[in-house]
Design a protein around this ligand. Structure first.
Ligand SMILES: [Zn+2]
Ligand SMILES: [Zn+2]
Length: 138
């Protein structure tokens, strides 16, 4: 299900707004080319327009890039714009992605970083598997 983000930030450019809306409407992550396909009717033709908009959306925490899929999802939590740990459970059956944060994992990583002297900039976990609905349908 798409999340209802009926109040996107007002200072988005038209392209950023269109890209964010496309991500919000999609049931699964979209690649830049998937987005381009969906927005041709709105006058977007160049991949660069999509990449520019995505860069800004990711920078602002409104969208996330899933490295393992080379695809993008709208942030499931408009208030999450934080630099902490973000985890994604990616279903290989239906393609659905669940975004969540986990304070316990974050704390353990924090302890590890402190002990090893590693400076963490960003942590993104991508967990691959099957969602409950797909398991039930199997
Ligand atoms: Zn998020
Ligand atoms: Zn599934």
């Amino acid at each position: 299900m798409a999340h209802d983000h009926s109040h996107p930030p007002a200072d988005l450019t038209r392209n950023q707004g269109l890209v964010l809306a496309a991500l919000n409407e999609a049931p699964a992550p979209l690649s830049a080319y998937d987005i381009l396909d969906r927005l041709r009717g709105d006058g977007l033709r160049a991949p660069l327009q999509i990449y520019r908009a995505l860069d800004k959306l990711v920078e602002r925490g409104l969208a996330h890039r899933l490295e393992s899929l080379n695809a993008f999802v709208a942030c499931a939590d408009t208030h999450c714009h934080r630099k902490g740990l973000i985890a994604f459970a990616i279903c290989e059956g239906c393609g659905k992605v669940d975004e969540f944060a986990d304070a316990v994992i974050e704390e353990r990583l924090g302890n590890w970083a402190q002990q090893t002297g590693f400076k963490v900039e960003q942590t993104t976990m991508e967990i691959r598997g099957k969602c409950a609905a797909c398991l039930k349908a199997a």
